[in-house]
Design a protein around this ligand. Structure first.
Ligand code: NAG
Ligand code: NAG
Ligand code: NAG
Ligand code: NAG
Ligand code: NAG
Length: 226
């Protein structure tokens, strides 16, 4: 066959021909490490948008505090929410001592959506960086650093109409970060990290070794190429 005679062959080459840089909305993230609590957040237009997830079918809460050490439930700005039956709820609490945190005068957290699935509760919500309640909410600026604290009740929902957050989470269903975090800086850094996808495009190349053409061979190679 002329095909063989001319040492012509097809080569399938994968060329990295296009580089797609996708600016997906990358959230900053904190995870408790034991699978019990996860917080994703992003920052935009003077707002922080959160998605907290607890391994619980009861209430799920995150708190922020500038209090040195982050301990004792002192100056905790708390968002607690969940899904009770078909109703999603999220309330704003301020704690200054151990015990049931009292609700703020104003709920400065805006519930976006909440869902319960496979034993986990996720609550998505947003908050303005600053609120009108300087003594009942952390006022976030570009330099604000907070401990992230969390707690949950594994099975029981909170009553969103009650003036305090209950029932008690117990001794174990809670935690806090070891360091203070700048939520805005982390959100901005996460958003700047592009998700890069390299598309490998298949190309068909015809490579032929130059050979003196046999004039008697009119079995044309080109007829082989489709
Ligand atoms: C929130 O985070 C959880 C856990 O990472 C995820 O399963 C869920 O889809 C997220 N919800 C939204 C609305 O982004
Ligand atoms: C939730 O809503 C569905 C459909 O509307 C209804 O069938 C179900 O009984 C509701 N469940 C509760 C706990 O209210
Ligand atoms: C919380 O306690 C701190 C000092 O421990 C105090 O400065 C602050 O005013 C208290 N806040 C409220 C709302 O009681
Ligand atoms: C955030 O601020 C805007 C503008 O000041 C206000 O209209 C809105 O109600 C605030 N959102 C929350 C959740 O407090
Ligand atoms: C090849 O070409 C020769 C002369 O040019 C011709 O006689 C012969 O019939 C051709 N063979 C084929 C298979 O076309």
């Amino acid at each position: 066959m002329a095909f063989a005679k001319n040492y012509a062959f097809f080569v399938l080459i994968l060329f990295p021909c296009s580089l797609h840089v996708v600016h997906a909305l990358n959230y900053a993230m904190f995870s408790s490490g034991d699978g019990n609590f996860k917080l994703h957040w992003t920052y935009s237009n003077n707002k922080l948008l959160f998605n907290m997830t607890c391994k619980a079918t009861g209430w799920c809460a995150v708190g922020f505090t500038e209090n040195p050490g982050g301990r004792g439930m002192v100056n905790y700005d708390i968002a607690a929410g969940g899904v009770d039956g078909n109703t999603s709820y999220l309330e704003d609490y301020w704690s200054n001592t151990t015990g049931q945190p009292p609700k703020d005068a104003v709920n400065n957290f805006q519930l976006v959506e909440a869902m319960e699935m496979g034993g986990y509760t996720s609550v998505k919500f947003e908050r303005n960086l600053t609120t009108g309640e300087a003594n009942l909410d952390v006022q976030f600026t570009m330099n604000t650093e907070v401990y992230i604290v969390w707690a949950m009740h594994p099975t029981d929902d909170a009553d969103p109409t009650a003036s305090n957050l209950s029932p008690y989470h117990g001794n174990t269903n809670r935690g806090r970060t070891t360091n203070k975090r700048n939520l805005i800086a982390e959100a901005m850094a996460a958003a700047m990290t592009p998700t890069t996808t390299t598309m490998m495009m298949p190309f068909t190349s015809l490579v032929s070794t130059p050979q003196p053409t046999d004039p008697n061979d009119n079995d044309s190679l080109t007829t082989q190429v489709e």
